[in-house]
Design a protein around this ligand. Structure first.
Ligand SMILES: [Zn+2]
Ligand SMILES: [Zn+2]
Length: 455
């Protein structure tokens, strides 16, 4: 008998990626001889040994994923992959890893469309395993009853997942924050989460990204004013760099452009792809007009807004080319401005700094969210206030912080403790979190690792 597969008296959580690190999430839930995978993400420019994460001299690979060999060896017991949302750290490894698993993939329409295009890029068009589920749906997958719950984050259709089994319920928050004015999609609905109290949730597996930050996460709506203020003062070209998947931010920017007499153009393939997915899924307002990038060079400077990829300093992205005056569709000049409607993801400081100093040398103004009093970026993750409220709404018996480094997960556990959650389990990839018959951690249950998907 394979004792690494749970029996009908056991309910387990086993993270293979994203617990003890930020990026490449891969989670397994186990019960009654079956596994369910939640998310299958990738990370970028990373070393293969987690010990090298802070070592600037370690060899890095452009796309890295969790080693899934544990579940590949037991694929007959894997009844499905559930995807919570379309960020790369949650879906980026699917096309590489799914062929060795072969199970159905369940997700909502926007995430499904992003994923289908990833399969197409790999030349896979037929018999795609994707099962589209509507938001707020419940589905039986093997011994798991899986409910998709609308939550708020920083792209269309973010979903939290409730997993109900004969032994109890687990609430997997995935990435979230409390946003009462998300610009796109419905506002945060507290009721969905307080309703769970009657089920006496066994464990809440929760995003820790911003758990070191006090107070509440800023609403997406707050960016409208800050971006509007800076853009209305600009006299030359405006370039804004942001994360391509943040469709709400793109809508805000193009609205500001349309209202202030600027033509907005997208510079960068991932932006074009995301807007095209948003259009197909009905998220792009028909009245918002975009101008083709080829036409931008013919317009007067004060009529131009460029939305560009490359906010993390990516060398081949549009922003770096604009900074180096190497973009074939537009030359920037003294008096133009560049707005980083984004954060600096740790590890990317150097390439971003390089772009900024090049822009400043050319007398182009730079606005970064970290150094500007205006709100020009809103994170998609929960601060301590959001976390505390969610623990109060759900009242789980056990808190399991994930999606963070050790320090983030410890801070998240501390919030849970203050909110009266009985037990907090802080572990890392490969640790087995046993929830039934009793609550305990088995450290290093599975040996985990990283694999390079691209050099
Ligand atoms: Zn994430
Ligand atoms: Zn996310």
């Amino acid at each position: 008998m394979d004792t690494s597969i749970p029996n009908s008296q056991q309910l387990w959580f086993l993270p293979l990626g994203g617990t003890g690190e930020i990026g490449m999430n891969m989670n397994l839930y186990g019960h009654s001889h079956s596994w369910l995978m939640v998310d299958c993400g990738a990370t970028f420019q990373s070393p293969l040994d987690p010990k090298d994460d802070d070592n600037p001299r370690a060899k890095t690979y452009s796309v890295v994923a969790p080693d899934a060999s544990f579940i590949e060896a037991r694929k007959d017991s894997l009844c499905g992959i559930v995807l919570t949302h379309a960020h790369e750290d949650h879906i980026g490894a699917v096309t590489a890893i799914w062929p060795s698993l072969g199970c159905p993939i369940y997700t909502t329409p926007f995430t499904a469309e992003v994923l289908r295009r990833k399969f197409y890029q790999k030349g896979m068009y037929e018999n795609l395993p994707i099962v589209e589920v509507a938001q707020n749906t419940t589905l039986d997958i093997g011994p798991f009853t899986v409910s998709w719950l609308d939550i708020t984050h920083s792209l269309p259709e973010p979903q939290a997942i409730k997993i109900t089994t004969a032994l109890g319920t687990i609430f997997h928050t995935a990435d979230w924050k409390i946003d009462r004015q998300p610009v796109l999609g419905k506002p945060f609905n507290k009721q969905l989460f307080t309703d769970m109290q009657k089920e006496k949730v066994l464990a809440m597996v929760c995003d820790s990204t911003n758990s070191l930050k006090p107070g509440y996460s800023v609403s997406e709506k707050a960016c409208e004013k800050g971006l509007g203020n800076i853009i209305s003062r600009a006299r030359g070209r405006v370039v804004v760099s942001c994360f391509a998947s943040n469709v709400a931010r793109l809508i805000t920017l193009v609205t500001i452009a349309n209202q202030s007499g600027r033509y907005a153009a997208l510079f960068g393939r991932s932006l074009e792809n995301m807007v095209s997915v948003a259009r197909r899924c009905g998220y792009w307002p028909d009245e918002l007009k975009l101008t083709h990038r080829r036409h931008i060079g013919y317009l007067p400077a004060h009529e131009i807004m460029i939305i560009a990829t490359g906010s993390q300093g990516e060398p081949r992205a549009a922003l770096n080319k604009l900074a180096n005056n190497e973009h074939r569709d537009c030359d920037l000049e003294e008096g133009d401005c560049v707005i980083f409607s984004s954060i600096v993801i740790p590890g990317n400081e150097k390439p971003i700094e390089k772009i900024i100093s090049r822009l400043k040398e050319r007398k182009i103004a730079v606005f970064q969210s970290e150094h500007t009093s205006e709100i020009i970026h809103a994170s998609g993750h929960p601060n301590q206030g959001d976390l505390s409220d969610m623990y109060e709404y759900v009242q789980p018996k056990v808190a399991i912080p994930v999606h963070g480094e050790q320090k983030h997960m410890i801070a998240n556990a501390e919030v849970a403790k203050l909110q009266g959650v009985q037990k907090q389990l802080v572990g890392k990839n490969g640790d087995l979190f046993m929830l039934k018959p009793s609550v305990a951690i088995k450290r290093k249950f599975v040996s985990t690792g990283r694999i390079a998907l691209e050099k």
